[in-house]
Design a binder for this molecule. Structure first.
Ligand code: KG4
Ligand code: ZN
Length: 325
């Protein structure tokens, strides 16, 4: 069964065709990064206008790359939230138009759940339960996944999400946007020699990253940072140590089979290495291109929703503040 996935929740216009929830036949992503970089972050109005310009060519490219025509598709899956309302509306309305005109089932997908399902775009043989660490621009969630679509949130961020913290730290250090890749790149030339605080929030699986960001800001303001590379490496090490320690603690405490890492921050190679090194359970992490926003993960997630009979009508609407559960 081939599903066309559509993703427009933030600043990537993406479309992909995935077969049986695991086999990626195409994966097209039109990034708006260069457009937003000059403003230092995503400008919502600009993002939705850009999605409008890109969405049809991106879908056409995804269909061509997959070598499929409309009659080969069995359903359309689209991100409904969380995300920017104006951006989400573009994807949802295009998905509805295709579903209506081709008489195809429509499947509304939660973007966070889709990030988890990027891990199914391999051999797809994952036994439950699994522990999921989702780290993106808007979320840092530790989740126990007991089955398809069955989640218990164990911990979440109390302030800045991991990706948001990377983006803010990069701005503080003058490294530009998007911050995560810039911090990772700068870190390669430095050492984690600067002491920065870690918020352990003892007894809780929640995260807090605003303290480490503020500590970095204070050091920069006081003129105490002589090496941007060392500051970037120290910040990256502080955030990753907390993420890994908390994920490992949860993995030890649950009868899980695997740890699944996902979300844009999961493309950070140090995070990937540290989690694999310290986890008592096997770690699964998608290739970097499937960690950041893409539509293949939306199609994969849509497949399992469809299997569970969870399709939607043409009254499907965007839910900008949608939660995982
Ligand atoms: O999942 P994603 O593409 O979009 C959201 O759903 O938010 O995640 C984007 C976030 C941004 O904050 C970006 O700075 C961060 O992921 N990111 C990284 C890296 N690549 C992207 N953070 C750390 N290291 C990276 N290599
Ligand atoms: Zn995302």
């Amino acid at each position: 069964m081939k599903i066309l996935g559509i993703e427009t929740s933030c600043d990537e216009t993406a479309a992909a065709v995935v077969e049986d929830g695991t086999r990626m036949l195409s994966n097209q992503i039109a990034s708006q990064v260069e457009i937003h970089a000059r403003y230092g972050g995503v400008v919502p109005e600009v993002a939705s206008r850009q999605h409008l310009l890109s969405i049809i060519p991106v879908i056409e490219r995804a269909m061509t790359e997959a070598g499929v025509s409309w009659k080969d598709l069995s359903a359309i899956a689209v991100t409904v939230g969380p995300g920017l309302a104006g951006s989400l509306l573009v994807g949802v309305n295009v998905a509805k138009a295709i579903a209506l005109s081709r008489g195809l089932p429509l499947i509304g997908v939660n973007h966070l759940e889709a990030h988890i399902y990027a891990n199914w775009l391999g051999d797809g043989s994952i036994d439950f339960p699994v522990v999921c660490l989702i780290v993106s621009g808007g979320h840092s969630d530790l989740v126990l996944m007991k089955g398809h679509g069955d989640y218990v949130v164990l911990g979440r961020t109390r302030d800045d999400a991991a990706g948001e913290a990377f983006d803010k730290a990069a701005r503080i250090l003058g490294l530009g946007y998007p911050g995560g890749p810039a911090i990772e790149e700068a870190s390669r030339q430095g050492t984690a020699s600067i002491q920065l605080p870690r918020a352990w929030l003892k007894g809780s699986h929640d995260f807090s990253f605003s303290g480490v960001k503020t500590a970095l800001l204070r050091l920069v303001e006081a003129g105490k940072v002589s090496s941007v590379a060392d500051a970037a490496a120290s910040f990256q090490a502080a955030v990753i140590e907390v993420l890994v320690t908390k994920a490992v603690a949860v993995a030890r405490g649950r009868r899980a089979k695997k740890v699944l890492l996902s979300g844009g921050v999961a493309s950070n190679s140090s995070l990937r290495e540290q989690l694999v090194k310290h986890s008592p359970l096997p770690v699964l992490v998608p290739p970097p291109i499937l960690c950041t926003d893409n539509a293949a993960m939306v199609a994969a997630c849509g497949y399992y929703r469809w299997q569970a009979g969870r399709t939607d009508g043409l009254d499907l609407d965007v839910v900008p503040s949608l939660k995982l559960v």
